[in-house]
Each structure stands twice: as structure tokens, then as C-alpha cells.
Design a protein around this ligand. Structure first.
Ligand SMILES: [Zn+2]
Length: 58
């Protein structure tokens, strides 16, 4: 079962979504996207936890 997370899941108006085999891999991709596109280089721990909770089965 793949994992999926999108910016819209995080109430960010952005068409990006990521799919990965594991949550950790997915969050890594989301962090890279956030750094590149949303200028969020240091994502706070609480934000990472809400992202982790927003992950869906794809
Ligand atoms: Zn985005």
C-alpha cells in the first residue's frame, strides 16, 4: 500500500502531491518540496507531525 500526501491536505494551495512506499520516504519528499517551493527549509517538529498525520493510503 503506497502512502500519499498533498499540499492541499496541509491546507496549502499548491497542486503538489507525493506518493511513496513508506511514510518516512514520503515526508522526506514533502520536506524537499517545501524547501524548494515554499521556502520552508527548517520544518518544525510539530509541522512534521501534522504532515505525518495527514498521510493517506494511496
Ligand atoms: Zn506545495
Amino acid at each position: 500500500m503506497a502512502k500519499q500526501l498533498s499540499c492541499r491536505d496541509m491546507s496549502v494551495d499548491c497542486p503538489w502531491f507525493g506518493v511513496a512506499e513508506t511514510v518516512d520516504e514520503l515526508l522526506k519528499g514533502a520536506a524537499e518540496h517545501s524547501a524548494a517551493v515554499h521556502d520552508a527549509k527548517d520544518i518544525p517538529h510539530e509541522m512534521m507531525e501534522s504532515m505525518r498525520r495527514a498521510v493517506k493510503e494511496a
